[in-house]
Structures are given as structure tokens and as C-alpha cells.
Unconditional design. Structure first.
Lengths: 248, 282
């Protein structure tokens, strides 16, 4: 029932958009009908013309996400143990997302050249702080009795983090990871948009510059679909893990 | 201070000599405990009762080496306790200390897997603990699916599998209802007989102490000291039905007589020694 409503909520606007496009209320130069975009996307994927761009973008996102999760959780766990360092850093984390990270993009290109590194770095920089912050929140939620339990089992700080505190903080870590995926997509595709020679973002920009709606809109749809599917998958996984913990 | 021989008499399992614990908070010095002397005999069931805030839990943390004493010495099996939780000591806390992401079986096996024992031995001990604590049907359940009493059994079982020679329990049934507490008391007595371990039980419930222990240490209001040690004289094969025994009433009454004055003192905010009571004992 809920699924049906969800489908309606998504489907009705698309149908309305389709009618508006077909009737000429929205002209084809601005937006082709959604059905045409979908067919164009399948054709584009079938042609294999975008395979390199898609592979590049996904690789960059995966590297940025993996890097931000590993570095973010490790940094979060370390900062959580060092209270004075945390007091220094916490206001910086809180204001971090006020920084327009893309402003550093030209600098990154100067330093690393026009290769993969600047795009991955932008994705990483956007994602990592979300992971650090959620790791800190998660570790704060660990009850004192579990820390004592670790001492009773004569566990050192690393074993305690890996076996007790981080597993306990998993719900918060999941929030951080989902944010990391979203931020990494934004970072990588955005960077490709601005200045790059490959990737889905670059292809969208290139199509835009050439009034190539038959390429631009299908690629936008593709990005949308990939982001939604990845997040839905993470969400499903999280629900399955959390259901046990909540005793459902 | 009485010097401790390198290997104490075999009947002495734990000994505390002139132990104190002092907290310094916001420039105030609060003496939470002691000076306190206490000897636990090997294999006995010892309960500690005392008014709230008297430092009962602090006493347990000192023996478990979760916190250092400010003065004095603590020895376990003749060896002074320093820094680390000694080998052979298990602790059960009042709060739910189950790991919510692990099944009951994995929770219980957690401690024993850390000891690096081989698979069959882990399985054997897990099996024994599951049976002893009546958790066999719940081995694959997650803690969230269990009641408070069942979760506390899981925590006790997790301690048992490490085969501790000294089990410290910090108000383990404090969060449970009265019936469950009586039944858990029976479980604990069975565990005690089964393992032969020395048990130190911290509790605020006089009837619990009177029902379970061989000896009961009555603590004073803060700074906590042992005022009196009461021997119950129960047979080793006792169980919760002992509450119907007239002698049980006598022991409880004696405990309360001793404690009443201390509890009033504790509530009114001034302790016997006149030490200020401004912060919690923990």
C-alpha cells in the first residue's frame, strides 16, 4: 500500500510532465518528454559511447567514498580519544560545510594536474567530514558500561574501537556513509562539470554546450537513477542490520 | 599498614588493606571510601550492603582494577592489583552490557574468543554456559528480543565462559522486578556452586544479601567503611525458598538495624566523620 502511494507520488508528476511536453506547453528544446529521455538513455547505454565516462565517474566516486569512510572513521575514533584536540577541531567541523570547496578546485588542478586526482579529492573532501562527525556522534552514544566491559576483557584501545565501540556506533556510521556517498557523487560530478576531460559530468557539460539534448538529459537521468539506487541499497542493508538490533 | 605476604594464605582470595579513594572535583576533595580493610575467603559468597552513595560501586571498581585506590593496597590471590584487570576476574554490571549487534551465542562467546582458545573448547564452554543460564533456546536471538532478566543472564554467561575465579557483581539485578530478582538469585547460587568461584555481590537490597551470601559486609555512609560483617550460616545448597525461614527474617532485621542509622545519616547529608557530601560517589 505504502509502495503504491510512493509510486503514485513519483509517477504522477512524470505523467503530467509527459503531457505538458507532448502538448507543446514545454518546448522540446527546453525539455524532451520523459519517455523520450528514457528511450534515449537506453540507446545511449546500448551504444557503449559513454562506457568510459561512466566507468571513470563511478571509479572516482568509489575511491572517494572508500577513502572518506576509512580516513573519516579512523580520524573520528582518534579525535574522540583526544579530548583537547576535539575541543580545538569541533567548531571547525561544524563550519566545514560553509566552505565552498569548489573554490579550491583550480588550486587542486594546479597542484595535481588535469588527471583523476582533483576530482577524487573534491569528492573526498566533501565526504570525509560527514563521516568524521557521525563517527564522533556515534562514539558519544556508547554507554560507559561497554567501555568498562572492554577493560574487564583486557582489551587495548584499538581492539576496543574495532570490536566494541565502532560496532555499537554502527547506526551513526551508516548515516555518515550514506552522506559520504551522496557528497562524493556531488563532488566528483561537479568537478567533472567545471574542468575535466572525462566523466559523466564532463559529458553532460559537453552536450549542454552543443545543444545536444538527446545526450544531456539521458545522462542526467542516469546520474539520478544511479544515486537513488545506491542509496536505496544502502538503506535496505541498514534496515536489515538495524532490525535485529531493535528486536524486530 | 599491614604488609602483605607475597603469597597469602590459600584461604584468602582478596585482601584490601587501608584502602581509600578520594575524588577531586572542581577544587573540592571528596573522600568516597575508606580507610577500609576487607578479606574475601576463597570460594565464599560475600555481599556488600550500604546506604546509597556510600561507595559500594567504587569498592567494586577498585577490586576490579577499573580504578586505582588513592591509598592502600589490594591483592588478588596474593598478587597486588595494579592497573589492569587481573586474569581470573569477571565483572557483571547493573546496566545492560550486552552487545546489541551480536546474537546471544556470540555475546557469550565474546570473552572466551578473546582468550585465544581453540574452536572445540570455545564451543564446549559456550554450550555449558547456555545450558547453565537457561539460554539454550535463545542462542540465535539478539539482545533486543530479550527481557531485562534474560539480558542480565547473557552478561553473567559471558563472564562465566572465561571461568573466572572471582566474580564481581555490581547490583546485577537492580533493574529487575522482584520475582525475577528472586529467580536470578537462584541462578546465581547455582552458578556459584557450579564454578566454585568467589563471589562479591554489591547490592542495595537487604533481602537479596540475606538470601544469597555466606557473609554480608555492612558499609557506613560516605566515606564508606565496613561497619560489621554478618555471618548468615546458610548451607551451600540453599535457594530462594530460604526467605520463608525465620532465621532469614532475623538476618534481614539485623542488617536493617545496623543500616538504618547509616541510611538516615546518608539522607540527611552529613556523614559520621563530618565529611562534606556535595558530589556523587562515582
Amino acid at each position: 500500500m505504502v509502495a503504491l502511494w510512493r509510486l503514485l507520488l513519483l509517477g504522477v508528476p512524470i505523467v503530467i510532465l509527459e503531457i505538458l511536453c507532448r502538448s507543446g506547453a514545454i518546448d522540446r528544446i527546453t525539455l524532451p518528454p520523459p519517455s523520450t529521455i528514457a528511450v534515449d538513455m537506453l540507446r545511449l547505454l546500448g551504444s557503449g559511447r559513454m562506457n568510459t565516462a561512466i566507468a571513470n565517474t563511478l571509479t572516482h566516486v568509489v575511491v572517494a567514498v572508500a577513502g572518506s569512510i576509512v580516513v573519516g572513521i579512523a580520524t573520528g575514533a582518534l579525535v574522540h580519544r583526544l579530548a583537547p584536540l576535539r575541543r580545538v577541531l569541533e567548531p571547525l567541523f561544524a563550519t566545514y560545510y560553509a566552505i565552498p570547496i569548489y573554490a579550491f578546485y583550480p588550486l587542486l588542478i594546479v597542484v595535481f594536474g588535469l588527471g583523476d586526482a582533483p576530482q577524487i579529492l573534491i569528492g573526498f573532501m566533501l565526504a570525509v567530514v560527514a563521516v568524521i562527525v557521525s563517527t564522533l556522534t556515534g562514539l558519544d552514544s556508547v554507554p560507559a558500561v561497554l567501555a568498562k566491559t572492554a577493560l574487564v576483557h583486557r582489551m587495548g584501545p584499538v581492539a576496543t574501537a574495532l570490536r566494541i565501540t565502532l560496532p555499537y556506533a554502527m547506526p551513526h556510521l551508516f548515516t555518515g556513509m550514506k552522506l559520504a556517498v551522496a557528497y562524493a557523487f556531488i563532488g566528483v560530478i561537479g568537478a567533472e562539470f567545471i574542468m575535466s576531460r572525462t566523466g559523466v559530468g564532463y559529458e553532460i557539460r559537453y552536450a549542454f554546450d552543443n545543444f545536444d539534448n538527446a545526450t544531456m538529459y539521458p545522462l542526467i537521468l542516469l546520474v539520478l537513477l544511479v544515486a537513488v539506487v545506491v542509496n536505496l541499497g544502502l538503506d535496505k542493508w541498514e534496515r536489515r542490520l538495524m532490525a535485529r538490533r531493535r528486536g524486530l | 599498614m599491614i604488609p602483605i605476604p607475597p603469597a597469602g594464605p590459600p584461604s584468602l582470595h582478596v585482601s584490601l588493606r587501608a584502602v581509600t579513594r578520594v575524588f577531586r572535583t572542581e577544587g573540592r576533595v571528596v573522600r568516597a571510601l575508606g580507610p577500609l580493610d576487607l578479606d574475601l575467603r576463597k570460594g565464599e559468597f560475600f555481599a556488600v550492603v550500604g546506604p546509597s552513595g556510600c561507595g559500594k560501586s567504587t569498592l567494586l571498581e577498585l577490586i576490579a582494577a577499573l580504578a586505582p585506590p588513592t591509598e592502600g593496597t589490594i591483592a588478588f590471590e596474593g598478587q597486588p592489583i595494579t592497573g589492569r584487570v587481573p586474569d581470573g576476574v569477571g565483572v557483571v554490571f547493573q546496566e545492560n552490557a550486552c552487545f546489541p549487534w551480536l546474537t546471544v551465542a556470540d555475546n557469550i562467546a565474546f570473552g572466551v574468543r578473546r582468550l585465544g582458545l581453540d574452536g572445540p573448547e570455545v564451543a564446549r564452554r559456550l554450550d555449558h554456559a547456555l545450558t547453565l543460564m537457561g539460554l539454550r533456546d535463545f542462542a540465535d536471538a539478539y539482545p533486543a528480543q530479550l527481557s531485562g532478566g534474560m539480558r542480565q543472564r547473557v552478561c553473567i554467561a559471558r563472564t562465566l565462559v572465561t571461568q573466572p575465579r572471582l566474580i564481581l557483581l555490581d547490583e546485577p539485578f537492580g533493574a529487575l522486578d522482584q520475582q525475577t530478582r528472586l529467580l536470578m538469585g537462584d541462578e546465581l547460587l547455582r552458578v556459584w556452586r557450579d564454578t566454585g568461584a568467589t563471589i562479591l555481590l554489591i547490592t542495595h537490597a537487604l533481602d537479596e544479601a540475606a538470601m544469597l551470601a555466606d557473609r554480608i559486609g555492612v558499609m557506613s555512609a560516605r566515606p564508606g567503611r565496613i561497619l560489621e560483617i554478618i555471618e548468615t550460616g546458610w548451607p551451600p545448597d540453599r535457594d530462594s525458598r530460604i526467605v520463608a525461614d525465620p532465621e532469614f527474617g532475623a538476618v534481614t532485621a539485623r542488617l536493617w538495624r545496623r543500616l538504618r542509622e547509616e541510611s538516615v545519616t546518608s539522607l540527611s547529608g552529613t556523614s559520621l566523620s563530618g565529611t562534606s557530601l556535595s558530589a556523587g560517589a562515582r
